[in-house]
Design a binder for this molecule. Sequence first.
Ligand code: SR1
Ligand code: MG
Length: 430
Amino acid sequence: MTQRRAGDYRILHEAALRDHLAGLPDLAAVLGGEPASWSITEVGDGNLNLVFIVKGARGGIAVKQALPYVRLVGESWPLPLSRAHYEHLALSRQAELAPGLVPALLHHNEALALTVMELLEPHIIMRKGLVAATQYPRFVDDITTFMARTLFFTSELALSAADKKEGIAAFAGNHALCKITEDLIFTDPYRIAEQNRWTAPYLDGLAAALRDDMELHVAISRLKLRFMASPEALLHGDLHTGSIMVTEGQTRVIDPEFAFYGPMGFDVGAVLANLLMAYFASAGHERSPGERRAFEDWVLETVEKVWNEFARKFLDLWRGGAVGDAYPASLFAGEQGAARLEAERQAYMQRLFADTVGFAAAKTIRRIFGLAHNIDFELIENPQRRAVSEARAVRLARAMMVETGAFPAIADVTGAAQKLRDWHPEFATG
Ligand code: SR1
Ligand code: MG
């Protein structure tokens, strides 16, 4: 990693960014026209960084700069700029492994923690589209290709032990971002923490119940340990629907600043959890009963297809060209060996599915009781209606986390979600 010299970094506001870009001929050519004519708009609505859209006479670019603190909270919560280095590294790796599914990289300045990418237009953040009940026909194929290829090809199923360890080492320094996840997802929602919040007063009882629920504390702690101690593959690390930009015909995965080597189910579970939250939030957005049913059916169908297609593609890669150091071919010779290896692949996927179910549950609970919420629920204006949607999601999540074995297949998850669609928690009926 390039050494960052103290004093090299400064936050680039509009004028400084214009000067910086004007000094980069390749980018100036993409934009076209005189630098003074470029429009520069800060559009970042994420929790951590500055994001600018810059447009010139010829074209546009997206510029992301890491701040030395958590934007959502402020300077009281410092955060290393090195996350921009890991994000750039992950984006480069993902571009090789899943071409066309991440934004093209145009420029990176390590000292400024600044990355310039192609402008994705007319793409929108998928979460916004889901709130508006938009269906995305390409999503399943694209996201499952992205996950199957980035996870498989960075695991020992495809890599030598040495290359895998080099990969782990390259991302090992991103521990401050891992720590955010360890605290905000795997710890804080289950204890009193200053930054927790929920839809009060309706969910006060549920929040208190989470803090006393020992079965849940064991389950979340097991998941936390898996997150911390299972470097299976290079994860995106924050693969929610706010990290995916879409049109009806294209999907692009953005923002891998939480990338590190972790358990594969964490990425897959993130996608499924965010679809399930879109499903439960949908009832809270309807203006007349049932008006979003077609969308809700599509979401549940998408949940099933995401797992099924991911598993199919991952297994195809494994069956087709596994040259990694795990499962040496010489140990699985002949017909009997082939059959035993295939049984082992099925067992591997079953274990990965159980991880996915658990992590999806953890990802759901953190968005309802932790610091960082999502607009799926937050944009439901009436707090009681919001709480009803959230309570349904939490009921499913608790079951998924504590009774993971009761969900052996993805249809068990969608079936349980469907049953909860019209369930009314006590605070709504009393
Ligand atoms: C303090 S950062 C809060 C959340 O924003 C990111 O998108 C991650 O999900 C993180 O947990
Ligand atoms: Mg992000």
